[in-house]
Design a protein around this ligand. Structure first.
Ligand code: SF4
Length: 235
């Protein structure tokens, strides 16, 4: 299937960009644009971040933040979640859609944490991915944003930006992640300085995808990456 081509109003005189955006320059530009690279999911500890991230599937961070204050107050730890009344929990997460499914997932998550990790959130990729409702992206979000690892969490925004910047041709998150990591390493984007930290770079790509490089109407004319970006699939 051919890639859809989007038309944007980017004004005239945009400099021709290379076919593939330079990783280091993009990372530096994004750091300048979004110095505070933080997840937009409200949380105070690892469990709250894990729960909020699990809840964010198929909804927005804003909507998750609307239900989590009550959720975190009524079920503040893994033990409470494991023993939660399913109907009561369903009622609280119902505004996000699929309330019963989400409630069962959280109860399963609480039980998994209680039974396998004494109620604590583990800092291990495999240990996290073995918990109900937790996949690679969620584990990367928690390990990156809470435990301080440099890990790319590929969501729809990161995937779209990666394709438009010429960094990946994949649509699946794992393929995008592999391409991005390889490309950024080849461009000398370091793990330990702030711009090159993959966790923060991923968060910045998400912010840019939400605010400027949107799916349907990318605002190339207002974009600080315009001179670096080959705009693959965007005319
Ligand atoms: S990153 Fe900027 S220039 Fe590139 S496609 Fe998105 S909005 Fe356009």
């Amino acid at each position: 299937m051919s890639r859809p081509v989007l038309h944007t109003d980017d004004g005239e005189g945009a400099a021709a960009a290379a076919a593939v955006a330079d990783g280091a320059r993009v990372a530096a530009a994004l750091e300048e644009l979004y110095p505070e690279a933080r997840t937009e999911l409200d949380h105070r500890n690892a469990l709250e971040l894990l729960v909020a991230t699990v809840l964010s599937a198929q909804t927005t961070d804003v909507r998750v933040n609307e239900v989590t204050p009550e959720l975190f107050t009524r079920w503040p730890d893994a033990k409470a979640l494991a023993g939660a009344d399913e109907a009561a929990l369903t009622e609280v997460v119902r505004p996000l859609g699929m309330g019963a499914t989400r409630a069962r997932r959280l109860i399963g998550l609480g039980r998994g944490l209680l039974e396998r990790h004494d109620g604590e959130v583990p800092d291990g990729q495999a240990a996290l991915e073995q918990l109900p409702g937790v996949g690679r992206k969620t584990a990367h979000v928690v390990r990156g944003a809470w435990f301080g690892h440099s890990l790319l969490a590929v969501d729809t925004h990161v995937g779209r930006l990666a394709r438009r910047l010429g960094w990946s041709t994949h649509n699946d998150p794992r393929g995008v992640e592999k391409d991005l990591v390889a490309h950024l390493e080849a461009d000398g984007v370091g793990e330990h300085d702030d711009a090159g930290n993959l966790t923060r770079l991923g968060l910045r790509l998400i912010l840019h995808g939400r605010r400027v490089c949107t799916a349907r109407a990318p605002r190339c004319g207002d974009c600080a990456l315009l001179e670096l970006c080959p705009r693959v699939g965007v005319a």
